[in-house]
Every structure is written in C-alpha cells, then in structure tokens.
Write a protein that binds this ligand. Structure first.
Ligand code: SF4
Length: 378
C-alpha cells in the first residue's frame, strides 16, 4: 500500500521524539534527526548516516521524507539579488528572495544601525525575504501579491523550507556566516500566525539564526501584535504604515477600516521592546499619493504620538517598485530624499531602502510568480 508523504521539516523536537518512538527508538534519535534536518540542513534521509540503514529504509518505505520544498526556478538580478520560485508537493509555489548585501533598510534587513560588520566576506549582510502564505488576502492596492488573492497558508515546514533551500544553495555556514531573515515576502504572516511563529522557533533553535536577525512585517493585524509581544522567542516588529492619515490608509490597505492608525499606534506603544530593540515603520512612497511635505508632517505626528525615545522608533522609506496592472508611479529620487529629510528634521531616524532586484520583480511588493521576464534564469 502506498503511504501519503510525511515531511519531517516543520516538526519540533517533541513531535520528532514521538515519531522515533513509533519506530521503537530512544529519544536521542530524535535529537539526531532534529540536528540533521535543521542544523545540517539535510534534504534526504539517505544523508542521515547516524541512523542505521535499515531504519532509514523503513522510514522511507513508510512515506517519510525531509522536505517538500524545492527550488523550481532562480532569477538572477544584475545587482546580485536572486528571486527563487519554491514549489511544494501540491503544485503551489511561492517566492523567496536572496539579497547578498541587504537593502540598507537598517532594521528592515535585521541589522541594527551602527552595528559592527563582523560577518566575513562572501556577502556583507545577506538577507532572505521569506513568504508566509501563497498569495495574500489583505489586498493592499500597491502590491502585486494582492492580485493573486489568498490561495492557502504555508505550513511551518514550508516556511522553514524556503530558508533552508536558499541557505543550501549558497552553502551558508551558520557557525561562521551571518544571515538576516525578513518575513516580508508573499502573504501576511499574522494571518498565518501559529505556523509563522512555529517556524521562527525552529529557525532559532534548529537552524540557529538569532531572533535579533529576524524581522516580521505586518500590514496591521492589531491583535497579533499583542500576541507577538508575549512570545518568548520572536523576531523584531515592523509595521507597514504606508499612509499618513486614515482616509488614505483605508484606501491603500482596506483592513485599516477594521484597525485604524490609532489602534495600530496603541498596539505599537504597548509592544514590549527588548534591549537595543526598536520598532520600524515601513512606508512605501507612491508618487502624488502619500509623498508630499504635508504627508511627511502627518507621519512625524503619528510617530511622535508613540511617545518613545527617538532611538526606539524608525522609519524605512521604500520608493514604490512598479509592476504591471498596478496604477501607481514611482516618486523621483529627489522627492524621496525630501520626504526623508522632513522626517529626519523632526529627529526621527529615517532610512531609504534600496530597491533590490527590481529587474527580476524581486523587489518589495513585486512578488507574484512572474516567470516570463527576460532575465537570467539559472
Ligand atoms: S503588501 Fe503584504 S499584506 Fe499587503 S497584499 Fe501585499 S503581501 Fe499582502
């Protein structure tokens, strides 16, 4: 009889312990399995040579495999960014982006302002942008993922599997090299909260990526901001503000009707910050829509209403990345810098995130399974 495939990636140590016990094995086998899956990032049970061959074969016969996430395609940008199309066993796929040099967004890529660059050499501060859902239901008007609608949530194994696939592609040694994770790909992570937070625990405890190297961005699912604040292990928080008043924000992000800017700011104020941690507001600049000097002053008012010291809140500015079917325009560089200067003049740290991989539709808001572009497919 053929068994349904069971993937081990995504299971925690307790679940793996139960599994090995079903094979009459002692708990130390679960630890071997856990280290193999997450620390060594094996992709096949054949690589788990600490297990007896007959045990591995029995598990394989029972339909057990390590991961269902596979790299279907890679698009390589002129700037070194790589957009991966990662496919799953049910035929769905998402996009995951590798940025070898981050995007200068300070906390946007998990790196603190002023932090020493201690990482060696092959990449300066590599960042992986990971998806949490296939498509998205939030329907932000400037985002290409929104055009897909929500297809389904990703499992913890599918979230972790994107990251291990990319780490393996670059043969990253987690003991020596530093990688940041941003949950800013397809999907609203807080609409898939349990799977998202389980993947974070597995990444921290298993893959060994520090939680301070991870940032999750939300469009403003207020109750989950409070939940995240209660987690023992969690990424840093970024909030997609994207508008300077409720009328404009509701227009751009319809959930603002349910949780308005005031509710968002109250949740952000109550969010417990750790030592050296800050909250980031993301602000996508759309020409003629939210990028005027008046908009900048409204943003200053919003950020100041947090009542936090200036080193605890910052703004990442993103000049909108164009995409087909979206009726907005990218503001000029000078307009973006004027906006930044107005925010900085009020004493609020503001950084401009460099667009990465625009030519391969890998940049912010561009993720929507575009496979027909003329770029290098490796
Ligand atoms: S910007 Fe994020 S939350 Fe909004 S539709 Fe796109 S993927 Fe969803």
């Amino acid at each position: 009889m053929k068994h349904a495939v069971q993937y081990l990636l995504g299971l925690d140590i307790q679940e793996l312990t139960k599994l090995v016990e079903n094979y009459g094995q002692k708990p130390y086998r679960a630890k071997q399995l856990y280290d193999g899956i997450y620390k060594q990032r094996i992709t096949s049970l054949d690589q788990l040579t600490v297990f007896p061959k007959d045990l591995r074969e029995k598990m394989q016969t029972d339909g057990i495999a390590i991961t269902g996430a596979r790299v279907d395609q890679r698009f390589v940008s002129r700037d070194g960014t790589i957009r991966y199309l990662i496919g799953f066993s049910d035929g769905q796929s998402v996009e995951t982006v590798w940025m070898p040099d981050g995007d200068d967004g300070e906390a946007g890529d998990g790196t603190e302002a002023g932090e020493e660059e201690t990482a060696p050499t092959r990449f300066r501060r590599a960042t992986i942008c990971v998806s949490s859902q296939v498509g998205c239901a939030v329907n932000c008007k400037f985002c290409m993922t929104a055009l897909l609608g929500l297809k389904r949530n990703l499992t913890p194994g599918e979230i972790v599997g994107q990251i291990t696939a990319v780490l393996n592609d670059h043969q990253v040694d987690m003991a020596k090299e530093r990688v940041n994770i941003v949950f800013m790909g397809q999907g609203e992570p807080f609409n898939n909260y349990d799977n998202f937070i389980k993947s974070v625990r597995l990444l921290v405890r298993g893959v060994r990526i520090g939680e301070s190297r991870m940032t999750v961005s939300t469009s403003g699912i207020v109750p989950r901001i409070a939940d995240l604040g209660q987690e023992e292990i969690r990424p840093k928080l970024a909030i997609s503000l994207n508008a300077s008043n409720d009328a404009k924000r509701t227009n751009l992000i319809p959930i603002n009707k349910k949780w308005d800017i005031n509710a968002l700011i109250e949740a952000a104020k109550a969010f417990p910050l750790r030592r050296r941690e800050n909250i980031t507001f993301e602000y996508v600049l759309l020409e003629g829509e939210n990028d005027s000097p008046e908009n900048a002053q409204e943003v200053v008012g919003i950020v100041k209403s947090m009542g936090k010291p200036p080193d605890r809140v910052k703004l990442n500015l993103i000049a909108w990345n164009s995409g087909p079917e979206i009726p907005f325009h990218t503001p000029s560089d000078s307009r973006v810098h004027e906006f930044q200067n107005a925010i900085r003049a009020a004493g609020i740290p503001a950084y401009i995130r460099r667009p990465r991989g625009r030519d391969i539709y890998a940049a912010c808001g561009q993720l929507k399974k575009i496979v027909t572009i003329e770029s290098a497919v490796v």
